[in-house]
Design a protein around this ligand. Structure first.
Ligand code: SF4
Ligand code: SF4
Length: 463
């Protein structure tokens, strides 16, 4: 039987998603209409659409976002990165993490309510399927509590069959960020035994999405996700939260009751809540800032002819009737840190070269004495970071008494590929008076001003 927040005793309402008895209370949130519900639906369509088309859109001949795990290459909006650029990930990951901290200090859990994939897919796709096939909340709760019937079985089978189909689609779009679309299509058309690894991944992802969105749902947010637990550290009394105006709403009472506040205790805000909490109990870890309770309460206020905003976006100070303050020390510091990080990332990205060169010594003895000659065997490791094939010319800076032999003075390197160019140096023994520096230069032939110089040492027997 499906328990709902309203079936639980009053003190349990505060934490229907995490009840004291430790049992799962499957939540059946009611439909909600209103300005935020419409805005969120539009945002979900936009985000899902963007996510679905990014692997199809080509920039510079490659998908807009594509992670080639096998070749350790990343294509990001026209830029290409390979394994040598992994250090740039530091800026990307720390920027995303710090951006989330900044957004939370400013606007609370706006990420959770509007853009987190868990919310976007659960509210934007899976719950819609459930409502479409199983009807509104009241019918779902009644049917779940009733004995099994042909109609109940048919609706459950249809709902879960559609969940599986959608999970299968979502899994394949997700995997197309890691396997190219032609490859994905080719694999889908072949028998599973032709690509057992890819098939296993597709199945595992489908099962993961299905279990998460059909069953685990809000538990991911309130039990697993660490971000919600950091909330108390990230928010302050000036951050924007979804909150209840207790000064205006309390004491609760029926319309017209003497001394009653604006809250008529209809519990509509609880019934629509996807985590089953009562926002009137204050800011809570389980609140995803989804705004459903704002729309629900506004609808009630409209019917009662009272002003909207009993539940609203406001700071905790604003809800308590104190002055709201957007600019504060924490936010100024965060802005400065964010700006410094953006400048550092900009400089690092600007300094990044389109190719890399390293002068290496071949394995084995550092030098060889052959008759009256001292010989060093080196190699230039050239990494082409461009998404096009490039030609490079290798030059060794002349040095008195030293001769250089390069079997491959020019080399063509495939897009995002690398090559090792051998360089053999020799000096007559009677002209060798100790180790000395050597310099090599690699020029990109498409633009000869694009050159990298590297240096190493000519080694020989000690004198
Ligand atoms: S929806 Fe509004 S009026 Fe109804 S219980 Fe919630 S806060 Fe009170
Ligand atoms: S309390 Fe309101 S904003 Fe928070 S999760 Fe529940 S419905 Fe959404």
């Amino acid at each position: 039987m499906t328990a709902t927040p309203l079936d639980a005793p009053d003190d349990d309402l505060v934490s229907a998603a995490l009840p004291a008895d430790g049992k799962r209370h499957a939540i059946q949130p009611a439909d909600v209409r209103g300005r935020f519900a419409r805005a969120r639906a539009a945002v979900f369509v936009l985000l899902i659409g963007l996510w679905a088309v990014l692997p199809w859109v080509k920039i510079g001949g490659h998908p807009a976002v594509f992670v080639d795990i096998e070749r350790r290459e990343l294509f990001l909006l026209g830029a290409t990165f390979n394994a040598q650029d992994t250090w740039l990930l530091f800026f990307l990951l720390s920027g995303v993490g710090f951006g989330l901290v900044y957004a939370t200090a400013l606007a609370g859990r706006v990420w959770c309510g509007w853009a987190c994939p868990q919310t976007v897919f659960l509210e934007g796709v899976y719950r819609r399927i459930e409502r479409w096939i199983e009807g509104p909340r009241e019918k779902r709760v009644r049917r779940n509590a009733a004995r099994w019937s042909a109609e109940k079985v048919a609706r459950k089978v249809a709902t879960h069959a559609l969940y599986v189909v959608v999970s299968f689609l979502v899994a394949h779009i997700f995997l197309s960020y890691f396997a190219s679309l032609p490859e994905t299509f080719a694999m889908v058309r072949q028998r599973p035994s032709a690509h057992p690894e890819a098939f296993a991944w597709a199945l595992a992802m489908t099962a993961t999405f299905y279990l998460n969105f059909a069953w685990f749902r809000e538990q991911l947010c309130v039990v697993l996700c660490p971000y919600g637990r950091l909330q108390s550290a990230l928010l302050d009394e000036h951050s924007l939260v979804v909150g209840y105006d207790a000064r205006r709403g309390e004491p609760r009472g029926k319309k017209g009751a003497a001394g009653a506040g604006d809250c008529v205790d209809c519990k509509r805000c609880i019934v629509v809540c996807p985590t089953g909490i009562d926002i009137r109990s204050g800011v809570q870890m389980e609140c995803l800032a989804c705004t459903a309770c704002i729309d629900a309460c506004d609808e009630v206020m409209d019917k009662l002819g009272r002003a909207r905003g009993l539940i609203r976006y406001d700071s905790q100070d604003g809800l308590a009737g104190k002055p709201r303050r957007l600019v504060r020390a924490r936010l100024v510091l965060y802005t400065a840190l964010l700006a410094a990080g953006a400048v550092a990332a900009g400089i690092a990205t600007h300094k990044r070269r389109d190719f890399e060169v390293n002068l290496l010594r071949l394995s084995g003895a550092p030098y060889e004495v052959d008759g009256d000659e001292v010989r060093d065997a080196l190699q230039l490791h050239i990494v082409n970071k461009r998404a096009t094939a490039e030609s490079y010319r290798v030059e060794v800076e002349p040095c008195a008494g030293m001769s250089a032999v390069m079997p491959l003075p020019t080399v063509v390197i495939r897009p995002l590929g690398d090559a090792r160019v051998p360089v053999f140096l020799s000096v007559r023994s009677d002209q060798f008076h100790g180790d000395f520096p050597v310099r090599a230069r690699v020029v990109r032939l498409a633009d000869v001003s694009d050159a990298i110089q590297v240096s190493g040492a000519f080694l020989g027997p000690s004198r």
